[in-house]
Design a protein around this ligand. Structure first.
Ligand code: SAH
Length: 389
């Protein structure tokens, strides 16, 4: 494991410049129109920023001198500030960023032979209070701006390109999962704007099957999402009945399972090739029994879905424990025997706490700063595969 840190001022960054980093092509065209510029200028700037990683307008040499000067005066291209970077022995890398307002967020890079996934945060903290989630303990602090969301991908791509570590798969990042801190559907507009940039050929050109939004189940926002994009959808189901789900994912009280699954079906628009990924955290003795698997089969009967079992990542003070490997294998086989595609997520980057909210938690939650929690993780012996859309 290697760690690099930089000094970060505690000053809150205040800027009245327009941050072009977070503007989608459409928004940039609108902005350039207000400046009296042709729309192709927006496309040129988009390419400089995202495809070339250039932040200094002076280097955007195909723009006129006067436009460059005007942009330097009124605009900026500013990604969140890196606080630290940790690389695990398995190559998983985690960046901790300082965002405007002073909070910290995390971004995790997961390299594999055939692909490289970036796990991106959408909020500082989270308001949803899922009982097994460390981010929940930090409470909600703020929505990230679209610059802060796309800035995580921008930083990863720019740095990995410089390092040249992606040669085998031809591009630094192939997949993005909105599975970092926060509930992306509660920061709807900024998340959608950032995802537009992820999919834009002039920016990152990711396939819509390779950008996954994970939600705890904000039903009206799932319907709204369907109107504006069709990225892959993952849903944090975690329980096969309302009583248990409300205990684990309290938003279930507002949007119970039937409503959630109906929204999932609507999201797929009868496209037979697509499925919703159902995330299911494996909590020992809580939701991991054969009867839970059988209930799950029943509720997923007519929902085109695949199940992604996530071994629980323990953290300091949690009342839950990770299910045993035997329980996970048993649960997985019951689902698979019923014809449900089921994968168990491989744990990655254990030596750098590269799991949901853990590192940023140490910064945002001052009481835990010095108490670095040591995970005691059993070695995974079950059939495993990392699944990201
Ligand atoms: N708010 C979004 C994104 C959350 S993080 C959502 O709820 O989907 C992505 C996934 O990690 C979610 O399925 C979340 O429930 C799960 N998760 C959170 N804490 C976890 C933990 N301690 N161990 C394992 N999975 C966890």
């Amino acid at each position: 494991m290697t760690t690099r840190s930089v000094n970060v001022s505690d000053n809150i960054v205040v800027s009245d410049k327009v941050n072009l980093l977070g503007l989608s092509q459409k928004a940039l065209v609108e902005y350039f129109t207000t400046l009296g510029e042709k729309s192709f200028r927006a496309q040129q700037v988009l390419k400089w920023i995202h495809a070339e990683g250039v932040t200094d307008f002076a280097q955007m040499t195909n723009l006129s001198k006067s436009l460059r000067a005007q942009l330097s005066e009124h605009c900026e291209v500013r990604a969140p500030e890196v606080i630290s970077e940790h690389t695990a022995s398995d190559g998983t890398r985690k960046w901790l960023f300082r965002v405007d307002g002073g909070g910290a967020i995390e971004t995790v890079y997961i390299p594999e032979p055939e692909r490289a996934t970036l796990c991106v945060s959408s909020q500082v903290g989270c308001a949803l209070n899922c009982s097994f989630c460390h981010t929940a303990q930090q409470g909600f602090q703020k929505n990230l701006t679209s610059s802060e969301i796309i800035g995580q991908l921008w930083h990863a791509v720019t740095q990995l390109r410089k390092e040249g570590v992606f040669k085998a798969i031809n591009r630094p990042i192939t997949n993005v999962v909105m599975m970092g801190m926060g509930e992306p559907l509660l920061n709807f507009d900024n998340v959608v704007m950032a995802m537009d940039l992820m999919l834009d050929d002039l920016a990152y050109g990711l396939s819509k099957r390779r950008v996954t939004l994970s939600t705890s189940g904000v039903v009206p926002a799932i319907d709204k999402l369907r109107e504006v994009t069709d990225v892959a959808l993952a849903v944090s189901l975690h329980a096969p009945n309302d009583e248990l789900r409300t205990e684990l994912v309290p938003i279930n009280k507002k949007y119970p399972i039937v409503e959630l699954l109906a929204a999932c079906k609507r999201y797929l628009r009868d496209d037979k090739r697509r499925r919703i990924t159902m995330e299911y955290v494996m909590l020992e003795g809580v939701n991991d029994q054969p009867e839970h698997a059988k209930q799950l089969i029943q509720i997923l009967k007519d929902v085109p879905s695949k199940v992604n079992l996530i071994p629980f990542n323990p953290f300091n003070g949690t009342k839950y424990q990770r299910s045993s490997n035997e329980a996970i294998v048993r649960f997985q086989s019951i689902l698979m025997n019923a014809g449900i595609v089921t994968l168990t997520r491989k744990t990655r980057g254990d030596d750098i706490d590269a799991a949901c909210g853990q590192l940023a938690g140490q910064v945002n939650d001052r009481t835990q700063r010095s108490a670095k929690f040591k995970q005691q993780l059993a070695k995974n012996t079950i059939p495993i595969e990392v699944i990201h859309s």
